[in-house]
Design a protein around this ligand. Structure first.
Ligand code: FES
Length: 108
């Protein structure tokens, strides 16, 4: 889990250092009281998503080898942009805005 740089809890915005995340990797963190994930794509783009499966609410896992998400509960699969690839989830994972300024990534 990523720790917010500012000490306050309950903030919607989270700022982390871009150097903390490598291409193809995902980091899970708390966002707005639930689980979320930040991915750096192999092209270097930052994507933040809710990690809560849209089927029945399990927390999805990042499958680094395949660059997609897998839900451990019923096998739902989501692409790196949150779209549904397979399984029962009815909707994409919710996107969270990401801004990259200099070396910092601001989520939310
Ligand atoms: Fe994720 Fe059912 S809760 S596939």
């Amino acid at each position: 889990y990523l720790a917010p740089r500012s000490g306050a809890t309950g903030l919607q915005k989270l700022v982390i250092s871009a150097a903390d995340l490598h291409e193809g990797e995902a980091k899970f963190f708390e966002y707005g009281g639930s689980s979320a994930v930040l991915i750096k794509t192999k092209g270097g783009e930052m994507v933040a998503l809710s990690a809560v499966c849209t089927h029945l609410g399990c927390i999805v896992q990042w499958v680094k080898e395949q660059q997609h998400f897998l839900c451990p509960c019923h096998g739902g699969q989501f692409a790196i942009d949150g779209t549904v690839l397979a399984g029962p989830p009815p909707k994409p994972l919710a996107r969270i805005p990401v801004t990259v300024t200099g070396g910092n990534i601001t989520i939310g």
